[in-house]
Design a protein around this ligand. Structure first.
Ligand SMILES: C[S@@+](CC[C@H](N)C(=O)[O-])C[C@H]1O[C@@H](n2cnc3c(N)ncnc32)[C@H](O)[C@@H]1O
Length: 278
């Protein structure tokens, strides 16, 4: 019958591409995401109800947070993303092969950003995706929002505070940030705001300690509402677990060691709930 074939079509669409987010698109039909954010969703202060709220998801990728806003009753959800990897913040002299490799998860050519569209259709969602940079958020272009979520994006930006300032300009209610932190700096320096800098060949820039992430939020004009929450973004079914040999080989290098640990235990993040400072 027709229902079965629609499900088969969806299962085929899902299997034919790489996914960033684990999304349940039909009962028992999940995308094999690089990350499975469902456990994190239960830990961070994501509002239980967004009934009647106008919401914004910044850097949506396959749309996990945007679809969740809709599920929680949002009256309107806008999701922005920069689909073309070329328009991300690349450090000078980045290797074109690495650009290609990272870009593949986003889909190329006609497939660019298609994961979000497949999910949107399957979920019968009204989320509207705009191709726009976080830096360009402006109330004259997109209006203001009651709730804004920004996740796992600041570490990919050359100028995270400028992006946060743009977010503040469109935030008329609550802002929830959940971004990567440097765990060593957080452990060694619980109070001083510090960050490590990558900037070598891939769009990886600043990784602050927890105090540093909070300072960025405050420096951009937000008041932090409650004690920040530590959370790990768990690997999904599409994230290869490192083998013992790879784990051992990664031990001498700090960044390789961190990558192995994240693939096993999840990527350490901090969630910060804030509102524009008076
Ligand atoms: C690491 S993914 C995080 C996806 C999602 N926000 C989450 O929390 O799982 C980063 C996303 O930000 C997008 N992106 C990169 N630079 C951006 C920018 N300047 N403005 C908006 N989105 C950007 C990428 O295309 C990608 O979809």
């Amino acid at each position: 019958v027709e229902v079965t074939s629609a499900r088969e079509d969806l299962a085929r669409d899902v299997s034919e591409r790489m996914w960033y987010h684990t999304l349940e698109l039909a009962p028992g039909l999940e995308t094999p995401g690089w990350f499975d954010l469902r456990p994190a969703l239960r830990t961070i202060p994501f509002p239980a109800s967004l009934a009647g709220k106008r919401c914004l998801d910044v850097g949506t990728f396959d749309g996990f947070w945007a679809f969740e806003m809709e599920r929680r009753g949002a009256s309107e959800v806008i999701a922005i993303d920069l689909l073309e990897p070329q328009s991300w913040d690349w450090p000078s002299a980045s290797d074109p092969q690495i650009i290609d490799q990272i870009a593949r998860r986003k889909g190329t050519g006609e497939e660019l950003g298609v994961g979000f569209e497949i999910a949107r259709r399957a979920l019968d969602s009204k989320v509207e995706r705009l191709e726009m940079s976080a830096y360009d958020l402006d109330p004259d272009r997109v209006g203001r929002f009651d709730f804004v979520y920004l996740g796992s994006l600041l570490l990919h930006l050359r100028d995270p505070v400028r992006a946060l300032e743009a977010v503040r300009s469109v935030c008329a209610g609550t802002f929830l940030l959940c971004d990567a932190i440097d765990t060593t700096l957080t452990l060694l320096h619980p109070r001083a705001p510090l960050a490590s800098l990558d900037g070598t060949g891939r769009p990886w820039w600043w990784k602050p300690n927890a105090a540093g992430l909070q300072r960025m939020v405050e420096a951009a004009g937000f008041a932090v509402l409650e004690r920040p929450t530590r959370v790990r973004m768990a690997p999904g079914a599409g994230h290869a677990r490192p083998r013992v040999r790879e784990l051992l080989q990664s031990l001498p290098s700090r960044s390789a060691r961190a990558a192995s640990m994240h693939a096993l235990r999840g990527d350490p993040h901090v969630a910060i709930l804030a509102q524009p400072a008076a």
